[in-house]
Ligand binder design. Sequence first.
Ligand code: PLP
Length: 360
Amino acid sequence: MTESGTDIGAHGARLTIDLGAIAANWRMLAARGADCAAVVKADAYGCGIAQVGPALWAAGCRTFFVAHLSEGVAARAALPEAAIYILNGLPPGACATFAAHDLRPVLGSREEIAEWAAVSGGGRPAALHVDTGMNRLGLPVPEALELAGDPGIAAAGIDLLLSHFVSAEKPEDPVNARQITDFARVRAAYPGLLASLANSSGVFLDGARHDLLRPGYALFGGNPTPESANPMRPVVRLEALIAQVRHVEAGTSVGYNGRWTAPAPSRLATLSLGYADGFPRSISGRGQALVGGVPCPILGLVSMDLIILDVTAAPAAQRGATAVLIGDELDIDTVGRAAGTIGYEILTGLGSRYVRTYVG
Ligand SMILES: *Cc1c(COP(=O)(O)O)cnc(C)c1O
């Protein structure tokens, strides 16, 4: 992974992914008192399963979760010995593909349990998803209680019970306590199974940790405790090349639809990165980039391949210099807020057009 001026020159921008920070984040969460898995769906939250998977394995992570069967196949290629669970369940007729890649479905309905049991005969592990409030995937709590002790559970090889929080990032939301209580009740009805409830934010809720933590976002530097300082190390850094710098007079409008007009003589820089790189167009007129550490407003509409910055206050802005779009004080949560979304969407939308560099 060489880093040279040519790389960023040829591609317009560079995404740097710190695998050492991902490993450190995993160790920090694992130290909170349960075995710790890693959720690496959506190509490891946009960071690349082929690189992130082995880095987490080397840190000690042995259990991984992805959303889709296809993601499981990609994860298996990167993680030959890991336990890999497929969160979105068992699609009809997919048992053979699960078996071929030694993947484990997270079963969420009686039909899925029966189909898996018929094919695997209990010889292949699976998890059982219990729905404690999302009303999205899994058996409702009464149904899960009813099914406890049913021979179909053992026949399906179920060894892990899991559920998912509705609002774990809002510790004061009463739904958390309700889910924690309901999950504990279900768990008590399935005494032989391991249990997993906590996503990134859930790791920080009392009574939620059980046997296996299931963080995703926090591993990649997202703040699992948005109401206080981020305890995680930043992982991604996005820098774009300054293609041109120009002076404009007061009254000059810039970009598509002339959405921004200079109120005074200004110095502008044009960055070689746009929404086709996964940088959200919804940040138009609201976000910032850093040039030489100076926050510079994003002007007008983000184009497909270019962004215009006001660099009047940033003397370091020169052709060939770089601007930071994600990194330093512009963390993924901040960028997500500026774009009217969440950091999760910024991460999973990271593009494939710029140079990717893995460090650590
Ligand atoms: C995505 C997901 C996680 C991880 O959530 P984060 O908030 O990213 O930590 C855990 N469990 C399930 C079921 C998920 O879908």
